[in-house]
Design a protein around this ligand. Structure first.
Ligand code: 57M
Length: 358
């Protein structure tokens, strides 16, 4: 809104010219989201405690998790609330990439919120069924991807890291591919969200990396120089990424071990959806496997564990997702968390390094 209100006045007030710059508005979005998330978080936790909206803990899980019973959840409400507010204040609301990413995020926010509502408030442990969740996730992702292709917001070609030319043009098939990336990202982040701060750490590193990539892809000269596809208007996603980082750091203040609040599905499904959509809109679908490497490893551990158990009757890991495996091996929870953060940081640096190797 500041962009829409103040930038047009820059003729008479030259200072307002700064609102033209995505970098300036991103910095502002980070500050707004961080401060709102930090201040709102404190009150939100107190409210959740008062209402006794706490997490129930599965019996079959690691012993160390039993003491987490009753920890307030729904933290995603103030993460995403602060993110949306920061985008509203600092973003260019005429940017289609920004609007589409906010659409997917809001839709998954609603889905996750409904699931948490059933699980926590109605004490229905199953929440929304897996099938219903997938149907909603795919419907949203297909609609968003269709709009991207139909209105030529992005092309339908696939680009691999290290190669400057696309490998194949999927045509309308790209809608299915993009939807898989978005839904996969949402669910992988959800699986990662099982230890204090474990999901928000890699969310912050991934958002930072994707934000930088969005800025480059949206800038015609940088894109040409780096030999990456140029996507008009996509630079605005740096504002969203910065808002996610700010809100995420504010949330981490409370979610750091020992957590005072969990983000809930309302947070994990929507943040995963947001990252997946940014990866698609910046044409980094494959590089996202590296950027969000922690999410990929967590999801793969579940797929392998379930496949192995079904076909051979044996487990590969002591428990999946893989963070439980390390917990059961005796690593303290904080060691697993910080080591996973370190790995996600290394993945982010490696991903950015690929920019110069084309
Ligand atoms: C949700 N959520 C946590 C919190 C958070 C297919 C199967 C692998 C699915 C998987 C699953 O359901 N994963 C998705 C993971 C839960 O956290 C809540 O859920 C939200 C995220 N959706 O925000 O509201 C628990 O995680 C812990 N937690 C923290 N700190 C945090 O900041 O400590 C969460 C956030 C919380 C808290 O204990 O209660 C969850 O795990 O439920 N299922 C599993 O993860 C289960 N694994 C399993 O069944 N493995 C089998 C399969 C693969 C064959 C195996 O390996 O043999 C385990 N989950 C748990 N205990 N909790 C089983 C044991």
């Amino acid at each position: 809104m500041l962009y829409h209100w103040l930038y047009p006045l820059s003729g008479s007030v030259p200072l307002f010219n700064v609102f033209r710059y995505i970098t300036f508005r991103s910095f502002l979005a980070f500050i707004v989201a961080f401060v709102v998330s930090l201040l709102w978080g404190k009150r939100f936790i107190a409210l959740m405690k008062l209402k006794q909206f706490g997490q129930s803990i599965r019996e079959e899980g690691p012993e160390s998790h039993k003491k987490k019973k009753g920890t307030p959840t729904f933290g995603g409400v103030f993460i995403l609330g602060s993110t949306f507010l920061a985008c509203l204040i600092c973003g260019n609301l005429f940017s289609f990439p920004l609007l589409l990413t906010l659409f997917v995020t809001a839709s998954y926010f609603f889905l996750g919120g409904l699931d948490d509502y059933f699980k926590v408030l109605l004490k229905n442990s199953k929440g929304v069924s897996a099938r219903q969740k997938l149907a909603w996730q795919f419907a949203t992702a297909i609609l968003a991807s269709f709009v991207m292709v139909k209105f030529n917001i992005i092309d339908t070609k696939l680009y691999l890291p290290f190669l400057k030319d696309p490998i194949v043009d999927l045509g309308w098939g790209y809608v299915a591919f993009a939807s898989l990336v978005i839904v996969g990202s949402s669910n992988a982040l959800n699986l990662t969200d099982g230890l204090d701060g474990l999901a928000i750490g890699p969310t912050i590193t991934s958002a930072a990396t994707l934000g930088v990539l969005a800025y480059f892809a949206g800038h015609v000269e940088f894109a040409n120089y780096l030999l990456i596809p140029h996507v008009p208007d996509v630079g605005e996603l740096l504002v969203l990424a910065a808002a996610v980082i700010g809100a995420g750091v504010g949330f981490l203040w409370y979610n750091a071990y020992p957590a005072e609040i969990f983000m809930g599905d309302v947070g994990s499904l929507s943040l995963g959806g947001a990252l997946g959509t940014i990866a698609v809109l910046t044409k980094n679908e494959f590089l996202f496997v590296l950027i969000g490497g922690i999410f990929v490893i967590e999801a793969l551990s579940v797929i392998l564990q379930v496949a192995s158990f079904k076909t051979r009757g044996k487990r590969i890991f002591k428990m999946a997702p893989i963070h439980h495996h390390y917990e059961l091996k005796g690593w303290p929870e904080t060691k697993v968390i910080v080591r996973f953060w370190i790995i996600s940081l290394i993945f982010a640096i490696l991903a950015l390094a690929t920019l110069k190797l084309r």
